[in-house]
Design a protein around this ligand. Structure first.
Ligand code: PMP
Length: 294
């Protein structure tokens, strides 16, 4: 993720990543008490552009608020610093990772102070370019009554690691996690959409992480005049769909080939999902005037 010369932004300064350090006696390291974001910058005709930068930094602020982690930064300033970080590191397209973490404190109480770091590195689509083989996982999503699952909180990602590593161990690419009532919620770090009879369905907010890419997909569908139905989906709904895809900043939009070894009959390239994928690419590259043929 970084070489000898990579710089990170750390609490107001650009410092070499390999010389930067942090306190080993902090709540973030010991208890997973931190909040983070994942953004992408794309190399467009107008230069490097961060997709939905404000939305991501606003969500970072909200995530910190959700867990009482002090957040003393101005988001526009952080966006400016992120662009500077890209240029310091000579990056045009990159994955960007801001992380807010607690200062020295080992108590199980709200943080007294916090720091921010922002790193950026080149990273291809998180799940690759090939259609995915996914499985429904034995690992459930965390209970929304015991965790702020709408916030991007570090500790929560143990759940994602358990689910995706279990899936990979069993020969799949990614896991679909169920909520406590047995409905399919989402993948370990992506939101889920299915297509059935020319309509698009996705699980509603509540038991899912409110993805910014999910929202972008909903807006693309509005643009395409395709109905999006937000409703709880059973495993059977997923198995019997015409096609399905996952979406997230890191993974972008990626089609699913099989769920639980059941293969979708529809050829991905002819699905609505594939049209959404093409449109998304144009949006992030700021070529949206270019017509997309559905
Ligand atoms: N679900 C989880 C658990 C995630 O961590 C992410 C990535 N932040 C997503 C879904 C997708 O969210 P976004 O589209 O905002 O990247």
């Amino acid at each position: 993720y970084y070489n000898q010369d990579t710089y990170i932004y750390l609490d107001g300064e650009f410092v070499k990543a390999n010389t930067a350090g942090t306190d080993l006696f902090g709540q973030s390291l010991h208890y997973g008490y931190g909040a983070f974001e994942g953004l992408r910058a794309y190399s467009t005709y107008h230069g490097s552009r961060i997709f939905k930068a404000e939305e991501h930094f606003n969500r970072l602020q909200e995530s910190c608020r959700a867990i009482n982690l002090p957040y003393q930064w101005n988001n526009n300033h952080l966006i400016e610093k992120t662009y500077e970080l890209l240029s310091v590191n000579n990056l045009r397209s990159a994955y960007i990772r801001p992380l807010v973490f607690s200062g020295s404190n080992m108590h199980l109480t709200s943080a007294v102070e916090s720091k921010i770091m922002i790193a950026a590195w080149e990273w291809g689509p998180y799940l690759g370019h090939n259609l995915l083989r996914v499985c429904t996982s034995r690992i459930e999503r965390p209970n929304p009554k015991s965790f702020r699952i709408d916030a991007k909180v570090s500790g929560q990602y143990i759940n994602s690691i358990l689910a995706s590593s279990d899936a990979i161990r069993n020969g799949f690419d990614e896991a679909l996690l169920l909520d406590q009532e047995g409905f399919v919620a989402q993948a370990s770090s992506e939101n889920l959409f299915i297509e059935k009879d020319f309509k698009i369905y996705t699980p509603p907010l509540g038991n899912i992480f409110p993805g910014i890419t999910r929202q972008a997909v909903i807006e693309i569908c509005k643009d395409f005049q395709i109905e999006v139905i937000e409703k709880r989906l059973s495993i059977q709904d997923i198995h019997e769909a015409d096609s399905a895809f996952l979406c997230g900043t890191a993974a972008e939009i990626i089609g699913i080939k099989e769920v639980d070894n059941i293969r979708y009959k529809e050829d991905w390239e002819h699905t609505i999902g594939a049209s959404i994928q093409r449109k998304y690419k144009k949006l992030v590259l700021e070529e949206e005037n270019y017509e997309v043929i559905i």
